[in-house]
Design a protein around this ligand. Structure first.
Ligand code: NDP
Length: 291
């Protein structure tokens, strides 16, 4: 960063820990590509110091920050304004500093939708979708799918109460039919065959647990059916391998990770993001991690 000077705009990431994050490389590559005098810095913010760190955004005039584990929910009461979709999700991953007013957004869900549309050529409007899992990522995805006009959401989770809570929140917020289905072996094969898209949102199969997959009636999948796993490391989880073996069209969560960053970049700079350089940087980072 040879050109850091008094005009440099600073963005960053609040998390704990932050060492593993791919966001600094992705955002700094984007700034360099567009010749912007901007820099993105990871900040390890201890949970006890989150309020002071938020005050730091104002006093140091940071342009914005991403927020990651464990702060995505705890940050809500510390914001001046929250985007309606982020409020329903109950989590914020991007903050914009509007002259001292801190506004929270969630770009994870919209990032997933952007990746579905641009990379898989799939529009959720009027479609039926099966979500495997009901954790934080599933919440962001379910609410974004509902906002994007999905017709029906089926949710299956090991802990059914969590799936029920998500189904209730999503159908309260939007005109979407949301239904909870039994987990694992009891999952109805007809639903698996009929849905337009299956999204695996649990952490099962994530590196280093690459030899694991949630229990799922893979043989009920149709050839050509679209199946996504939000995990991007490994690039092809056992879940995706088993789906592909049935002829399903598969894609992973790298696009979601990329586009949540693209949307944050656009919120902060007001410029179209240089998507390709961001993608190349991410791919390099992820493959470096896999080696
Ligand atoms: P959470 O901890 O909020 O949720 C975990 C989910 O996995 C829950 O549904 C949980 O079920 C389920 N689960 C975990 N272990 C088991 C198990 N042994 N058996 C059955 N179910 C299990 O995590 P997140 O939602 O934040 O993350 C989930 C995955 O999504 C991670 O792999 C993460 O890497 C990925 N992700 C990808 C993103 C991207 O940009 N591509 C963004 C965010 C997340 P239960 O409720 O029963 O505990």
């Amino acid at each position: 960063f040879p050109n850091i000077n008094g005009k440099t705009r600073v963005c960053g990431l609040f998390g704990f820990p932050v060492e593993h994050s791919f966001s600094p490389a992705m955002h700094n590559a984007a700034y360099a590509k567009l010749g912007l005098n901007w820099v993105y810095v990871p900040y390890g913010v201890h949970p006890d110091r989150l309020a002071q760190a938020m005050e730091g955004i104002r006093s140091l005039e940071l342009t914005g920050v991403n927020v990651t584990v464990p702060h995505k929910q705890n940050i809500l009461p510390l914001l001046d304004e929250i985007d309606p979709a982020a409020r329903i999700i109950g989590a914020v991953n991007t903050i914009v500093n509007e002259g001292g007013k801190l506004v929270g957004y969630n770009t994870d869900g919209p990032g997933f939708i952007r990746s579905l549309e641009t990379e898989a050529g799939f529009s959720p409007r009027g479609k039926s979708i099966l979500l495997v899992g009901a954790g934080g990522a599933a919440r962001a995805v379910a609410i974004a799918l509902a906002f994007a006009g999905a017709d029906s959401l089926y949710i299956t989770n090991r802990t059914p109460e969590r799936a029920e809570g998500l189904a209730r929140d999503v159908s309260r917020a939007c005109q979407v039919k949301a239904r909870v289905l039994p987990w694992g072996k009891q999952l109805p094969r007809t639903t698996v065959s009929e849905v337009n898209l299956v999204v695996q949102t649990t952490s099962i199969g994530m590196s280093p647990g690459v030899d694991q997959a949630p229990e799922f009636p893979f043989t009920a999948l149709r050839p050509g059916q679209l199946v996504c796993d939000l995990i991007y490391n490994p690039a092809k989880t056992l879940f995706l391998q088993r789906a592909a073996a049935q002829g399903a069209k598969t894609f992973n969560g790298l696009g979601m990770l990329l586009y949540q960053g693209v949307l944050a970049f656009e919120l902060w700079t007001g410029l179209p993001a240089p998507v390709e350089i961001m993608r190349e940087t991410l791919l390099r980072q992820v493959s470096g991690r896999e080696e």
